[in-house]
Ligand binder design. Structure first.
Ligand SMILES: [Zn+2]
Length: 64
């Protein structure tokens, strides 16, 4: 994964601090990417759909 924050931090943010997600277009690799809407007020780089599917798939159901 090439997201700009550490993997452990990203896992924690997605699992514990993400309230919802917002579609933000396609990555160069062809995956959908999403912005994280979090409860800590910080802005994180967009993450791949696959990461969300692995960590907290219910976020994707809400987004669609
Ligand atoms: Zn990608």
């Amino acid at each position: 994964m090439s997201d700009g924050i550490g993997m452990m931090k990203l896992i924690e943010v997605i699992k514990k601090h993400t309230l919802s997600i917002e579609y933000c277009g396609r990555c160069e690799c062809g995956c959908n990417k999403y912005n994280l809407i979090t409860d800590d007020g910080l802005v994180y780089p967009p993450v791949h759909e696959e990461s969300i599917l692995n960590l907290k798939p219910d976020l994707l159901e809400v987004a669609e």
